[in-house]
Design a protein around this ligand. Structure first.
Ligand code: NAD
Length: 357
């Protein structure tokens, strides 16, 4: 066995349908008493449900801030932080997708108040010590163990309203974290085990959610998979796939989960010749692979009916060269060296919606 190092990230996870009822006890465990609820616009039903549970436990809610936005703009964080001060809140409770988890992290790291996160998509952000923020259109990313939420409550009941189309792209986004963890420079047997288990759970559950959106069991399985995929994202260095998606999302304002979904087969195909062992392991967790993971992934994407072309997400053909320049401007660890002409071809195929080869 190769030498490796493994860091366990400090996080507390409460998992299970109905587990949000444990929120008051978790607030008490952290020795705080005035939570500020964070949500995205249009999701006041989530914060209302939390309010009922918290108030039934005789805890005062300091306030609710429902203006979280994608890519964590610092202007929104400043607004939320000022509101937290004005209502004398001593902790934040974020409920929603990666956008509101990001706001919870940003407020918590600035103010020092603990953050309880209740994720309702599969982005996995709640398990990472990573915070991406945007200011004047520029995205910067920072790492700090203190960014990790103090507690994460995974309650699939809050994911039942997530439309199957968003489940699918959010789930492929999660799978992409785990795929890259398998060939990360700091990969190790523990993260690989979690990564494969996470992919398997999601690859099985997502088609079931599409076929039967009302069924709770696959929603729970997908949330479990998303947790594991988020955990490996938090402790692994990411390669070509994530760097490309970062460039595409940051420079051309493409939607996060959909971009990951379109790019994944192309990035995996690019790296495939350099990672035969990982491809063999991946083929065991994508149903229908029959030894060929790209085929298994293709079947899954077709079954989910997800977007397949960057041009359908708003990218212009003229941006292919610019994206290639930015994506190859800095060398970073990746199993296969970045070859500009082939990276351009990868982006062109993803833009056009061609099948990965
Ligand atoms: P999102 O939070 O914007 O949610 C997507 C949409 O789904 C929104 O319209 C939201 O209102 C809706 N939604 C969420 N939960 C729902 C539910 N249960 N029912 C109905 N609708 C629901 O998007 P996302 O893909 O979850 O997260 C993307 C953001 O997370 C990006 O800003 C990305 O950069 C960040 N992210 C960060 C990390 C990290 O480690 N720092 C990791 C992954 C993603």
């Amino acid at each position: 066995m190769k030498e490796f190092e493994y860091n366990v990230l400090p996080s507390r996870v409460i998992f299970g349908s109905g587990s949000v009822k444990k929120l008051p006890a978790e607030i008490g465990r952290l020795n705080v008493s005035r939570p500020l609820l964070l949500a995205t616009p249009g999701k006041s039903n989530f914060s209302n449900q939390l309010s009922d549970i918290i108030q039934a436990a005789a805890i005062t809610i300091a306030g609710t801030f429902s203006h979280a936005k994608a890519h964590t703009p610092t202007s929104v964080t400043e607004e939320a932080t000022a509101f937290l001060d004005s209502v004398a809140a001593d902790c934040v409770v974020s409920i929603g997708g990666g956008s509101v988890v990001g706001l919870g992290k940003a407020v918590s790291i600035r103010t020092g108040v603990p953050h309880i996160s209740i994720p309702t998509t599969y982005s996995g952000s709640e398990m990472t010590p990573i915070l991406g923020e945007t200011q004047n259109g520029k995205k910067t990313t920072r790492f700090d163990p203190k960014i990790l939420p103090a507690v994460v409550i995974y309650d699939a009941d809050f994911t039942m309203t997530l439309p199957p189309a968003i489940c699918s792209t959010s789930g492929i986004n999660a799978i992409a974290h785990a795929v890259e963890a398998l060939y990360a420079t700091n990969t190790n047997p523990i993260t690989s085990m979690l990564a494969l288990e996470g992919i398997k759970a999601l690859a099985e559950a997502l088609p079931q959610i599409v076929r039967n959106p009302e069924s709770k069991a696959p929603r729970e399985q997908a949330l479990y998979g998303a947790w594991l995929c988020g955990a490996v994202l938090g402790s692994s260095s990411m390669g070509l796939h994530h760097k490309l998606c970062h460039v595409l999302g940051g420079s051309f304002a493409l939607p996060h989960a959909e971009t990951h979904t379109v790019v994944l087969p192309h990035a995996l195909s690019y790296n495939a010749p350099a990672i035969p062992e990982q491809m063999a392991k991946l083929a065991t967790v994508f149903p229908g692979s029959d030894g060929d993971v790209l085929h298994g992934l293709e079947l899954l994407l077709q079954e989910l009916g997800v977007p397949r072309a960057l041009k359908d997400l708003g990218m212009e053909e003229g941006d292919i060269d610019k994206a290639t320049e930015i994506a190859t401007g800095n060398q970073y660890p990746n199993p296969r060296p970045l070859e500009k002409q082939w990276i351009r071809e990868l982006i062109r195929r993803a833009w056009a919606g061609e099948t990965a080869k």
